[in-house]
Design a protein around this ligand. Structure first.
Ligand code: SF4
Length: 425
C-alpha cells in the first residue's frame, strides 16, 4: 500500500476523486509496496487500480489513458531500506551527535541505487527484491564491492553473512542487469594485492561491469580511528598505478577506460588529475569521480553564453578539498565573464578539518566566512551542501543564511547554472 500525499488539480487522479491520504492498494491484483511497483505496474494504457479512501471505502477503478498522460499523484517518501553491515569506515558512525535524525539512517537500498545512483552493497536483498530487480530490469545498479574475496569483503563490511558478490552479480548479469562498481579503499586492508584481485575479478567479469572506481576511505573526527585510517600519499599513488594498468588494458581490449580513481585519490596522492576523456562519460561523477574535469567541461560549454557580469565581484565558497583545484576551474570563467572571482575555502567546523568536501559544510561555517563581506556582489555556494528542503547539515535554513550575510546567495552545481541572470545593480 502506498499513500498519496498530493493530487494535481485536473489530473486523472483528481477526476477519480483521489485525495491526500488515499491509499493505492494494488494494480491488476498485485499489491503495491513502493514507488517502483507503482511506476512499473501503472506504465500500461489500461489497468485496474484498487484504492482505499481516507474514510475506509474501497474502490476499484478501471483506468484507460494515453501513456503520456500521468496520473497526477505525489506519493509518500519511500521507507528507506536499512543497511545490514557495520563497516569501520561508515560515514554514519562518523557523524557528530545532535544532527537531524534522518542523517543517522544507514541506508543500503537497491531502489535508490537504480533511481539516484546511490551505491548499495546488495547484502540485504530478500528473494522478492531479487525478483523485482530482474522483473523491473533495475539497471544499471551502483554496487559497493570493496573486495571480491568473500572473506575480505565480510571483514570490510563487518557482516559475517554477507553473500558472495561475484555469484550475486553473475546471477543478475545473466538476467540482463549491468553495474557501476566502487571500491572504498581502506589502507592495509583492501589495497595492494586485494585491490589487484578485486579489479581483476571485476574486469574479467565482462561487459556487465561497466566500470570500477577506487575511492580512498574518508574519516571524520568522530570515526573509529583505532580501527581504520586514511591512506598516505604513497598508498594513493600505488593505487593510481594499479588503476592505470587496468585502464590501459580496458582501452586496448574494450575501447573503454573502465577503471577510475576518485578525484580525492589524486588529490591525496599529489598527482595531477587525468584528462576528461578517461572518465567514459562521467558515469560516477556524483561519486566524486571526475568531478573537477566535468565541472571544467560544463564551464567551457556554458560560460560563453553568460552576459552582464563585467566587473562584478563573486565569491565562491567551497570546502578545502576543491579549494586546491578551484583556481584552474575559475580562471576560464573569469576570462569569459569579465567578473572577479574570489575563492573562499572553508574548514568544516562540524565534522573536523579532515572532512574537506563542500557538500558536508554546515550553514554556520558559511555564515561565519561570509559575515561582513560587503565587498562581494554575490556568493556561490555548492548545491550539494543543502538537501531538498533547503537545510544545511546543521539544519540551518537557506533563508536564515541569506538573511545573515550582506550579499545575494545562490546555489550552484556548475557555476554557469547560477550566473544566467546577473545580480541587480
Ligand atoms: S555499507 Fe557500510 S558504509 Fe555503507 S551504510 Fe552500511 S555500514 Fe555504513
Amino acid at each position: 500500500m502506498i499513500k498519496v500525499t498530493a493530487v494535481r488539480p485536473e489530473s486523472i487522479g483528481a477526476e477519480l476523486g483521489l485525495v491526500p491520504g488515499s491509499e493505492l492498494v494494488s494494480i491488476d491484483g498485485r499489491e503495491l509496496e513502493d514507488f517502483l511497483d507503482w511506476e512499473f505496474l501503472s506504465a500500461e494504457e489500461r489497468f485496474i487500480l484498487h484504492v482505499r479512501q481516507p474514510d475506509g471505502t474501497e474502490v476499484e477503478f478501471d483506468i484507460e489513458r494515453p501513456l503520456d498522460e500521468g496520473m497526477g499523484l505525489s506519493l509518500e517518501p519511500v521507507r528507506i531500506r536499512r543497511c545490514a553491515n557495520r563497516c569501520d569506515f561508515c560515514f554514519v558512525d562518523g557523524l557528530p551527535e545532535g544532527l537531524r535524525e534522518v542523517l543517522y539512517i544507514r541506508d543500503d537500498d537497491y531502489r535508490l541505487s537504480f533511481r539516484y545512483g546511490n551505491f548499495a552493497t546488495l547484502t540485504n536483498l530478500k528473494p522478492r527484491d531479487v525478483e523485482r530487480i530482474i522483473e523491473y530490469r533495475l539497471s544499471p545498479l551502483y554496487v559497493s564491492v570493496h573486495a571480491t574475496d568473500p572473506v575480505m569483503r565480510r571483514f570490510l563490511l563487518r557482516n559475517p553473512t554477507a553473500p558472495e558478490i561475484i555469484p550475486q552479480l553473475r546471477y543478475f548479469a545473466d538476467h540482463g542487469i549491468v553495474f557501476h562498481t566502487q571500491i572504498v579503499m581502506s589502507p592495509g586492508v583492501n589495497d595492494g594485492p586485494v585491490l589487484e584481485q578485486t579489479l581483476r575479478d571485476l574486469y574479467e567479469f565482462g561487459d556487465a561491469v561497466m566500470g570500477c572506481s577506487v575511492v580512498p576511505v574518508g574519516l571524520t573526527e568522530f570515526s573509529k580511528h583505532h580501527l581504520v585510517r586514511e591512506p598516505t600519499a604513497e598508498e594513493c599513488r600505488a593505487a593510481i598505478r594499479q588503476i592505470e594498468v587496468w585502464s590501459g588494458r580496458a582501452q586496448r581490449e574494450r575501447g573503454l577506460h573502465w577503471a577510475f580513481g576518485a578525484d580525492e585519490l589524486y588529490m591525496r596522492a599529489g598527482v595531477e588529475l587525468p584528462p576528461p576523456e578517461i572518465y567514459d562519460g562521467f558515469e560516477q561523477v556524483e561519486n566524486g569521480v571526475g568531478s573537477v574535469r566535468w565541472l571544467q567541461q560544463q564551464i567551457a560549454l556554458g560560460a560563453p553564453e553568460l552576459r552582464g557580469w563585467e566587473g562584478r565581484r563573486i565569491g565562491v565558497a567551497t570546502g578545502t578539498a576543491m579549494g586546491r583545484l578551484m583556481p584552474q576551474v575559475l580562471e576560464p570563467l573569469a576570462r569569459a565573464t569579465g567578473a572577479r572571482f574570489e575563492l573562499i575555502t572553508i574548514e568544516n567546523s562540524l565534522f573536523g578539518t579532515s572532512v574537506t568536501t563542500a557538500g558536508l559544510l554546515p550553514g554556520v561555517a558559511f555564515q561565519r566566512a561570509l559575515k561582513g563581506r560587503t565587498d562581494l556582489d554575490l556568493v556561490l555556494l555548492p548545491a550539494e551542501s543543502i538537501n531538498d528542503d533547503g537545510l544545511f547539515m546543521d539544519s540551518m535554513t537557506v533563508d536564515l543564511l541569506g538573511a545573515s550575510v550582506p550579499m545575494e546567495v545562490r546555489f550552484s552545481k556548475t557555476f554557469t547554472d547560477a550566473l544566467l541572470e546577473p545580480v541587480a545593480a
